[in-house]
Design a protein around this ligand. Structure first.
Ligand SMILES: O=c1ccn([C@H]2C[C@H](O)[C@@H](COP(=O)(O)OP(=O)(O)OP(=O)(O)O)O2)c(=O)[nH]1
Ligand SMILES: [Mg+2]
Length: 146
């Protein structure tokens, strides 16, 4: 898999630099900087201890981890979170415990989310009075049935 150079700054020297668990993985795991406990339905913004500088034309997306989601119902409120190329602050994760009964504990150093780096296009928006026709038209929201 090709790679793009991304500058990374550790804001917390006690946490590792995010890494890919396997060759071919799209997501590099992000670490939780603090110990937290989320009650059922509770959300919290946690730091990951890192900041990055992406090249122009790229963005990073913070995705939930499927293991945390399947085992504990932990997801992210804004999944996927968007990290803009110009953002130099700490990457943060908006965790949400969707479990209706069990609280969940996440410790400092646990892997809480994963960062996917992608090329992105920016649009030049041209306002028009009428859009070109298409087969789908304005149909959506289940228009094709189940
Ligand atoms: O899960 C996330 C989402 C965003 N960010 C950071 C990086 C991103 O570049 C910045 C702004 O994010 P976004 O544009 O989604 O939030 P906003 O509510 O529109 O804030 P702003 O007005 O600062 O753009 O916050 C994170 O650290 N984690
Ligand atoms: Mg924004």
């Amino acid at each position: 898999m090709s790679s793009v150079e991304v500058l990374i700054q550790r804001l917390d020297a006690g946490l590792p630099v995010p890494a890919y668990a396997h060759p071919g993985d799209a997501g590099a795991d992000l670490y939780c900087a603090t110990d937290i406990e989320l009650m059922p339905g509770e959300r919290a913004v946690v730091g990951t201890g890192v900041a990055i500088a992406l090249p122009d034309g790229y963005a990073a997306f913070v995705h939930p981890r499927s293991g945390l989601a399947a085992e504990h119902g932990v997801t992210m409120v804004n999944a996927p979170g968007t990290i803009d190329a110009g953002y130099r602050g700490e990457i943060k994760v908006t965790l949400l415990n969707t479990d209706t009964k069990e609280p969940v504990r996440i410790g400092r150093g646990d892997r809480v989310a994963q960062l996917v780096i992608q090329r992105v296009e920016r649009a030049a928006f041209y306002e028009v009075d009428r859009l070109p026709g298409s087969v789908r038209g304005a149909d959506g929201f289940g228009s094709t049935g189940r």
